[in-house]
Design a protein around this ligand. Structure first.
Ligand SMILES: Nc1ncnc2c1ncn2[C@@H]1O[C@H](COP(=O)(O)OP(=O)(O)OP(=O)(O)O)[C@@H](O)[C@H]1O
Ligand SMILES: [Mg+2]
Length: 502
């Protein structure tokens, strides 16, 4: 179907999130929607999918004006949306997750007709090459497959227009390639697709047309066949962006973090980290590369006190923290940028300023001689918002109402607001726009140059190569290789990531 959004305007308290935005997509086309953090992408798509009502403006589907009072109305008009943070009920199986809520009921009591639903799920999975087993339990599925379940859900509801909000942020490169194949297949079959991403190479690969938003308005459009990453970056943030990282060679000093023979179990009790030994010195950045799910999450949780180590030791500046609490670890001068910001990083019901004191209210200058100084907190929060260009109406805005990328920036700003000896950064730029990535990379290098030891975990190969002074590759719970200098190449790290040693 042809989709047109005309002059859409949406205001939130203190923010004009969408300011007369117009976009249009033809049947069977993929529109890449780009824009810096807080530009208004998710808001616009939430309007299209019936979650919000626009203050003004129109939604036209095949030239007919539509208004949606809720998501169910948008779904019945053929609009399916896969959200930035999607949620499937873990205890459901695939058939239930896909079919429940849609009208597959039979008989006078309108009970759930499982057999029919299961068959349709299987057929759709087959037809669109989704490789999803209708009987699998959601909680047993890797994130890439869960995402395909979300796509199934949209197909099951006969979506002619499909919106994917940053679908690749948590996918492995292989899963992303698969997803692109699925998107192309759907578009060839006539589905109209809007694809939001911050990864410029992806949008160049998959989109037929690109629209860029900036500060709630359309900043411009581009043709993927003729534009470049540099041009897109410029259009997004309104200036040239350094897509590489400038840094001097490292000057490693004393060991700050020392891991010896570390074993850590995952939630299910399986050994996820299998005998890792690694030293990170002051003044160097060690980047841990690897495909998601090779023990990196458990490794970081163990170091930061969120998960108990099974055996082995973790020393920070010589202090054994193998069984320390997160607060104790942080008081040793450790900054932690957590992988899951919604679980470990921010309390979304609290304001930006309140999030600054979560683990730090007892520290100077916030507390002095048992007296709490709220103005010190406010000052640092204000500085953070300034320095990191956090798009928020004020420091008294609740963190949960910020855009995904701006929530991530609040965490980084807070963690860097105290002097640190060690930085543990897990996927520090996930979900961030190119301008913010540039800034955060620069701040990490600054911390290193000021003498902090940095352990960065990232699944983004480009980031690992650009920021790391040494790259340690994790595979199946072990470090299968450490490369540096001339050895630190795309090919070498890529090979190790796939488990090909030597
Ligand atoms: N429910 C809400 N309440 C208040 N403000 C909101 C709400 N949702 C979004 N906003 C604000 O609207 C603006 C646009 O946010 P939006 O989530 O659309 O950005 P985005 O382009 O998706 O950014 P990102 O790339 O970081 O996901 C932001 O300033 C955000 O703080
Ligand atoms: Mg968003």
């Amino acid at each position: 179907m042809h989709l047109e959004l005309k002059e859409i305007t949406k205001r939130f308290p203190g923010v004009l999130a969408n300011d007369r935005i117009s976009i249009s997509v033809d049947r069977g086309q993929v529109l890449g929607l780009l824009g810096e953090n807080g530009a208004g992408k998710t808001t616009l798509m939430n309007i299209l999918s019936g979650l919000y009502r626009p203050d003004s403006g129109q939604i036209l589907i095949d030239d007919k004006m539509r208004t949606f009072d809720d998501p169910a109305e948008a779904i019945s008009a053929g609009v399916g949306m896969i959200h930035q943070h999607f949620q499937l009920v873990p205890v459901f199986d695939v058939t239930e997750a896909v079919a429940l809520g849609a009208e597959t009921t039979t008989g006078p009591l309108r009970t759930f007709d499982r057999a029919t639903a299961r068959q349709r799920v299987a057929e759709l999975s087959e037809q669109y090459n989704l490789h999803v087993n209708p009987d699998s339990r959601i909680e047993d599925l890797p994130v890439g497959v869960r995402q395909r379940v979300e796509i199934l859900k949209a197909l099951y509801r006969k979506s002619d227009i499909l919106v994917l909000d940053e679908p690749s942020a948590v996918l492995t490169p292989f899963e992303t390639e698969e997803l692109f194949g699925i998107i192309r297949g759907l578009a060839d079959g006539g589905t109209t697709i809007i694809f939001i991403t911050h990864k410029l190479n992806e949008v160049l690969e998959v989109a037929d047309h690109i629209t860029v938003l900036r500060r709630g308005t359309v900043a411009g459009s581009a043709d993927p066949k003729t534009t470049s990453r540099e041009q897109l970056a410029n259009l997004m943030v309104g200036r040239d962006v350094e897509l590489s990282v400038a840094k001097k060679p490292s000057t490693p000093a004393d060991v700050v973090l020392s891991l010896k023979d570390l074993f850590v179990r995952d939630d299910r009790g399986h050994m996820a980290v299998k005998g890792i030994s690694l030293d990170v010195r002051a003044g160097e950045t060690v980047a841990i590369a690897g495909v998601q799910g090779n023990g990196q999450t458990e490794l970081v949780e163990a170091i930061t006190g969120l998960r108990a180590a099974d055996s082995g030791t973790i020393l920070i500046s010589g202090v054994d923290v193998s069984h320390a609490t997160p607060r104790r670890v942080s008081d040793l001068g450790v900054a932690h940028i957590p992988e899951d910001r919604n679980r470990d990083g921010l309390i979304s019901q609290m304001t930006v300023a309140e999030n600054y004191i979560l683990d730090a209210y007892h520290r100077e200058p916030y507390s002095k001689n048992l007296v709490f100084h709220p103005e010190a907190v406010r000052q640092r929060a204000e500085n953070g918002v300034q320095d990191f260009d956090i798009r928020t109406p004020s420091i008294d805005t609740v963190a949960g109402s910020l855009s995904g990328g701006n929530q991530q920036k609040v965490i980084v700003a807070r963690e860097f607001s105290f002097p640190v000896k060690l930085v543990i950064a897990a996927q520090p730029t996930r979900g961030l726009d190119v301008g913010s990535i540039e800034y955060i990379h620069r701040r990490i290098v600054e911390q290193r140059d000021a003498g902090a030891a940095i352990l960065m975990v990232s699944t983004e190969l480009e980031e690992v190569l650009a920021v790391g002074d040494r790259v340690a590759v994790m595979f199946a719970g072990e470090i299968v290789g450490i490369v540096e200098g001339a050895e630190q190449t795309f090919e070498n790290v890529g090979m190790l990531m796939g488990g090909h040693v030597g």
